[in-house]
Design a protein around this ligand. Structure first.
Ligand code: R5P
Length: 290
């Protein structure tokens, strides 16, 4: 067995290889002046090969790199386990408007086409999107790890708030680990404009209570900012944000902080200064059990 780390996930791939006690190989990328890229793997991988590469922005480039690595490795390996810590495009799981392409389906078919045997990811956004994969998939939850991190923060009578209703079961799991309660904010997005409409949940007295807002991912930060404003109006205590995938595009981090969030805590599926919860152990054991 060996681990090949793609350009988007070198440090996480090294950690996974160390945990599995197997050889680590770095896939090198060269970007040409016109933006095209060329991947090189300096040897012929043999046996079961684990390819690790996240598909955060630039998402399309990172996808092409991932497909190229798998395609090359498959030529000499017996099987390819693709660990895609953050698997992009899963929000595009159905056609919301006539004529829309369901891109997650295209991605799923492409993974099969290049010869992927199995896929492992963390907190995939949509079960519908995962159902498009015709190869075995493992969707690992980071909720326990994120909650354990928050346990150490000594928060004041914490409340867990899902930034989106679909994440409410995970907010409840999170709250159970902290022996507290949870709420879920109902968010609706206009399919034409992308504008968010927030429906406030029934809230008990939040005065002085610290709140942990949880979600699967932060992209522009708007969902978190809206949730923060809503909770602040209830005179809550400090606000913390916990998510699996911190895309934090553009100046999302600054705007979230300006909205009054104390700390943004993400896993290391996407490298950044906020990626403080390591999920390499979860990914390594998922790879072993395939
Ligand atoms: C949406 O359904 C997701 O779970 C996230 O809440 C969303 O993608 C976050 O996006 P943004 O940070 O742009 O509001």
């Amino acid at each position: 067995m060996e681990v090949i780390g793609g350009p988007a996930s070198h440090s996480l791939a090294i950690k996974i290889a160390k945990r599995l006690n197997v050889k680590y190989v770095k896939a090198n990328v060269h970007i040409f002046a016109d933006g095209e890229s060329k991947i090189t793997i300096s040897h012929k991988p043999r046996g079961k090969v684990i390819v690790v590469n996240s598909t955060y922005p630039p998402t399309d480039s990172n996808l092409i790199h991932t497909f190229s690595i798998i395609d090359k490795a498959k030529k000499s390996a017996s099987s390819i386990v693709a660990i895609i810590p953050y698997l992009g495009y899963l929000r595009q799981d159905i056609a919301f408007l006539p004529g829309e392409v369901v891109t997650s389906k295209v991605i799923a078919e492409s993974f099969s086409a290049v010869g992927t045997s199995q896929i492992i990811t963390i907190d995939a956004h949509s079960e519908i999107a995962l159902s498009y994969f015709k190869i075995p998939t493992k969707n690992v939850s980071a909720i326990n790890k994120l909650a354990q991190y928050c346990k150490k923060l000594n928060l004041e009578n914490p409340l867990v708030a899902a930034a989106d209703f679909f994440w409410s079961a995970n907010a409840k799991k999170f709250a159970d680990i902290l022996s507290t309660d949870s709420i879920a904010i109902n968010k609706q997005r206009d399919p034409n404009t992308g504008k968010l409409h927030i429906i406030s949940p029934k809230m008990t007295d939040l005065k002085g209570r610290d709140v942990i807002i949880v979600d699967d991912m932060i992209s522009t930060g708007m969902s978190i900012i809206n949730a923060t404003h809503l909770l602040k109006r209830q005179n809550c205590g400090k606000i913390y944000v916990c998510c699996s995938h911190g895309l934090l595009v553009n100046d999302a981090k600054r705007r979230i902080k300006n909205a009054g969030v104390e700390k943004i805590i993400c896993t290391n599926t996407i490298p950044s200064t906020n990626s403080i919860v390591d999920v390499s152990d979860l990914l390594a054991s998922a790879a072993l059990s395939f």
